[in-house]
Design a protein around this ligand. Structure first.
Ligand SMILES: [Ca+2]
Ligand SMILES: [Ca+2]
Length: 88
């Protein structure tokens, strides 16, 4: 895990969790963003694991697409000057 962010991704009033993952093991590069949704009791259920660009590192969220209030997930790729945007 590289980075973690709290945000209410589904706008239900409960903070959810997003993490960026960058694992390197021999030839198995594995960059993902994982979303865990708060069920309102403090239990976080995995909602999905999404492929992102190489060298996944920094992570932030914000409503940058659609202006619908649902925050997108943005994951920076270290050393590549690239950002993956996951639409919400
Ligand atoms: Ca929520
Ligand atoms: Ca949005």
């Amino acid at each position: 895990m590289r980075h973690v962010v709290l945000e209410d991704l589904d706008l239900d009033g409960d903070m959810d969790v997003v993490i960026s993952i960058n694992r390197r093991a021999d030839d198995d590069d594995w960059e993902r963003a994982a979303v865990y949704v708060n069920d309102g009791t403090g239990t976080f259920n995995q909602h999905g694991v999404f492929l992102v660009g190489a060298n996944a590192m920094g992570l932030t969220v914000g409503d940058v697409l659609g202006g619908d209030g649902f925050p997108e997930i943005l994951v920076a790729s270290y050393g590549l000057e690239a950002v993956t945007v996951l639409k919400n």
